[in-house]
Design a protein around this ligand. Structure first.
Ligand code: AHG
Ligand code: MN
Ligand code: MN
Length: 339
């Protein structure tokens, strides 16, 4: 695109790209506008979190039995409200709601959005990066109200996905299947401005991100790969650096820009890992593939996984293509050896 030094706002960029991703009626653009608005409001909440009483637990638990942080609940409300008002979204699937939310008055609309309104919530109280993840589908059925087939779509059918990271700066990174672009919020004008056009993840990286505290529970192949990352080898620049924040968004964002692999493998206690398919693994996998990387459950491409539960978990190996290939190879070889 022939951009020079001028500022390109997210809104301008979306308008320019609209024709390319066949958003003729502007529906997707309107959804993006609502996400952008909610992101700005949540950004304000996050920046104020230490000053006002929105830190700490809400005193309730979500569908996974986890404590809901106050900011989880606030972010969830903001995004659901904004998406509901877009007039384009019939159903919102949220980490924080057991059941899908059928938007009143918009039941017939054509889009379904899955969200993790606040990812990395254990990091809120300690001032580390957190974020919002979103995944957008068009519903294939023409029924009046979205049906099961509309809700349970494979990740490869996403029409757009992205995240907002509330870090040392606030960024919105998204894809509509035409590459990955990143926008940084300029506080002074409250606009997301194109700062990272056409992000590509390096094919080889030097960072591995995994919760090594769970090492004893890792499958043998994952243990082997972790040992590989930590062992010395001049030719392949090992040992690699270990980086793990405990916010998927923050770990993913760093690895996307620098190259690396993030893993949340299966363990006997969590046979499907920890991360959720619909609003964590699928959107991140769409982004990583668009950026030239890879994403796997260890046995299958994440985007090919058939959803059976809107809150289901899947193991994940995601990041630089060569790193994911090797990790998956070592995982599979050890699995075969133990049969
Ligand atoms: P959420 O805050 O939305 O529940 O997600 C937390 C997730 C994810 O962000 C992170 O990668 C992972 O939990 C960390 O898990 P461990 O603490 O088990 O390593
Ligand atoms: Mn999350
Ligand atoms: Mn969350």
């Amino acid at each position: 695109m022939p951009y020079s030094n001028e500022i390109i706002t997210l809104e301008q960029f979306i308008v320019d790209q609209q024709a390319l991703y066949k958003d003729a009626g502007g529906s997707l653009s309107r959804i993006f506008r609502s996400i952008e608005l909610a992101a700005k409001v949540v950004n304000r909440d996050v920046r104020k979190a230490g000053l006002v009483d929105i830190l700490g637990n809400q005193g309730s638990t979500n569908t996974h039995g986890e404590d809901q942080k106050k900011l989880d609940v606030i972010a969830n409300d903001r995004f659901i409200n904004a998406l509901s008002k877009s007039g384009e979204v019939s159903v919102v699937i949220s980490e924080e709601n057991d059941e899908p939310i059928f938007v009143e008055g918009s039941e017939e609309e054509k889009y379904i959005v899955a969200i993790d309104p606040l990812d990395g919530s254990s990091n809120i109280d300690v001032n580390a990066s957190i974020g919002t993840i979103f995944s957008i589908y068009r519903r294939p059925s023409s029924s009046k109200v979205a049906n099961e087939k509309d809700l349970y779509q494979k990740g490869k059918h996403q029409v757009a996905a992205g995240y907002v990271i509330y870090g040392s700066s606030t960024m919105l990174v998204y894809t509509t299947g035409l590459g990955v672009n990143g926008f940084t919020l300029d506080d002074s004008i409250q606009e997301f401005c194109l700062s990272h056009p056409n992000i590509q993840i390096p094919t080889d990286g030097k960072i591995f991100s995994v919760n090594e505290g769970n090492y004893a529970e890792f499958p043998q192949g994952v243990k082997n790969y972790v040992e590989y990352c930590k062992s010395k080898d001049k030719e392949t620049n090992r040992p690699y650096g270990a980086r793990y924040i405990g916010s998927l968004i923050a770990d993913f964002h760093r690895n996307l820009l620098k190259g690396g692999i993030f893993m949340y493998p299966p363990t006997p206690k969590t046979p499907n890992g920890k991360l959720r398919l619909m609003y964590e693994c699928n959107p991140m996998s769409f982004l990583i593939e668009q950026a030239g990387g890879k994403s796997s459950t260890g046995t299958a491409r994440i985007l090919e996984v058939e959803p059976t539960d809107l809150h289901q978990r899947v193991p994940i190996f995601i990041g630089s293509a060569n790193m994911v290939d090797l990790a998956v190879k070592m995982y599979q070889e050890a699995e075969v050896a133990t049969v």
